[in-house]
Every structure is written in structure tokens, then in C-alpha cells.
Design a protein. Structure first.
Length: 290
């Protein structure tokens, strides 16, 4: 067997160059693969982000609904009170059905009066200021038939009652009154503000709420059960979300950005919460001239 000839210096150089070329081609191929996977990964990430954004947009545009029925006489998410000859009555309506949207009050039916709409939180001290200052004159306007009053209880201050969710429980209690004893609502509304707990306290127990409401003229075992069971808990959550998302019906107000939000015949009241004369003048300015 013959012995293979040893490679010459030139052959060894050419072999080294060929090996280097093959290594360069291999590295280029590896880089191309990496770029492909990176671009593919970025593409998938972009698609995922687009999908997430689409879901968020769809969900943000989805109607805010509850799977439970709302309270009777609050089809608009509020209770409407009207009056004449010194007497005030609640306008009766059906309840909001599960997964349905509220139906705005038909303001055209009340084109000859000032239409006062309030979005309130029973824990809100500013709401208390407004109510304490104006509730008697508003009640008189309604009883005389010169104004209507639509009250929307919402709950945005649950964090102010040391975990007892007083805002939500009080709003639920108001909804129970609207459903079961609507003509007592105005007196109950007044009583809840007169007994408002201070922010940062534990709020009031359900039993204390029931006692206050009973004292205002709304009574009965069904009412107590409704309050204790928080029958309209999910409605309170949905109605609050709707108010915060807006727009507010029959008005130019985009949404509730704080309480109280008070609207008179479509225009938001911008004045003092503690000056009854200023509010009365604003209402008079929005009252249709006969």
C-alpha cells in the first residue's frame, strides 16, 4: 500500500480558506434563521397586541349590564318624582331586565317644568352639603309642579368606610325603597343624608340603615330582607359604572366625574353647593317660560 503524499503548503492554505468559507456560510445561514424567527416572533407579538387591544376596545364599547334585574321604578337607573297641588308621587316603571340597558326618561313629557337630575353617593359629604342646603326647596318645587326630580344613587366611595362598603349598601337600600315603597323615597333620601356617617369610619350597619329608613316612613319585612340580602348589589355596580362611563342621558354632560353631579333641564349646575339662592336662580333660568 502506497503512502499518501503529504499536502503542500499551498494545498494546506487552500484547505484552510475553504474551511473558513464554509464557516462563514454556516454563520450567515444561522443569522438568516435567527432573523426569520425574530421577525416571526415580533409579528406574532404584534398580532397578539392587536388582538388584546381589539378585545379591550370591544369590551369598553360593550354595554354595562347586570345579570340580575334592577329595582322597579328605576328603569332609567334613577327614580323620577313629580308633583302637583302640593303632593309628590313617584313615577312607576318596570324594572331593568337582566342583561338589558336602562331606558332614559322621556323628557318631552315634562317640557313645561325644570327637570332636576341628581347623581349622588350617600357617603359623599359634598352631596350632603348640597342636599342639606337645597332638599327642602327642591321638594317644594316638585310638589308645586314647577320641577321634576330624578335621583340616581351610585356608589363611588366604598373605600371610605373601612371595608364595609357603606356607599354600595346605602345605594342598595335606596333601590329597595324605590322598588317597594317609592312614594317614601324622598323622605328616605333626606333621612340617609341627615344620618350620614363620617368618611373613614365603618359606616352604618344594615340594621341601622333599616332603622333610619323605617323612621322615614318606609317599613315592612320585604324591605328589611331586600336591604340585608343586598338584592340590588349587582345593579348598584352596573348603574355606577354606567354613570362613570357616560354619556348622561337628556343632557350635554359626558359622564359623572364626581358627586354630586346635578343637572337641570340638560345643563350641569356649576354653582355653590351651600347657597340655596344660587341654585334656585339656576333652576329658574332653566324653567320654561309659559
Amino acid at each position: 500500500m502506497s503512502v499518501p503524499e503529504r499536502q503542500s503548503k499551498n494545498q494546506r492554505r487552500e484547505h484552510a480558506r475553504e474551511q473558513a468559507r464554509l464557516l462563514r456560510e454556516k454563520e450567515k445561514a444561522r443569522q438568516r434563521r435567527n432573523r426569520f424567527f425574530l421577525q416571526g416572533g415580533i409579528g406574532l407579538a404584534v398580532i397578539a397586541i392587536i388582538a388584546i387591544v381589539a378585545v379591550v376596545i370591544v369590551n369598553s364599547n360593550r354595554p354595562l349590564v347586570t345579570t340580575a334585574s334592577g329595582p322597579a321604578n328605576m328603569l332609567s337607573d334613577g327614580i323620577l318624582l313629580t308633583g302637583s297641588a302640593g303632593a309628590t308621587t313617584a313615577v312607576t316603571t318596570a324594572a331593568i331586565k337582566p342583561k338589558a340597558q336602562p331606558v332614559a326618561t322621556d323628557a318631552s313629557k315634562y317640557s313645561k317644568t325644570a327637570n332636576i337630575v341628581e347623581y349622588i353617593d350617600y357617603q359623599c359629604p359634598y352631596c350632603n352639603e348640597f342636599e342639606t342646603t337645597n332638599q327642602d326647596q327642591i321638594a317644594q318645587m316638585v310638589a308645586n309642579g314647577t320641577a321634576t326630580l330624578e335621583i340616581h344613587p351610585i356608589a363611588i366611595l366604598d373605600q371610605s368606610s373601612q371595608g364595609t362598603r357603606y356607599s354600595s349598601r346605602a345605594a342598595n337600600a335606596a333601590a329597595c325603597v324605590a322598588a317597594l315603597d317609592p312614594n317614601a323615597f324622598l323622605a328616605v333620601n333626606k333621612a340617609l343624608f341627615a344620618n350620614q356617617p363620617a368618611e373613614g369610619t365603618t359606616g352604618l350597619s344594615n340594621q341601622k340603615i333599616i332603622s333610619i329608613i323605617n323612621g322615614a316612613g318606609a317599613t315592612g319585612d320585604a324591605l328589611s330582607t331586600c336591604i340585608n340580602d343586598e338584592t340590588y348589589k349587582s345593579w348598584v355596580t352596573a348603574a355606577t359604572a354606567r354613570a362613570l362611563a357616560g354619556p348622561l342621558p337628556n343632557s350635554s354632560v359626558a359622564k359623572v366625574s364626581g358627586t354630586p353631579t346635578v343637572i337641570v333641564s340638560g345643563k350641569q349646575y356649576p354653582g355653590s353647593l351651600t347657597d340655596a339662592a344660587t341654585f334656585a336662580a339656576f333652576v329658574a333660568a332653566q324653567t320654561p317660560k309659559s
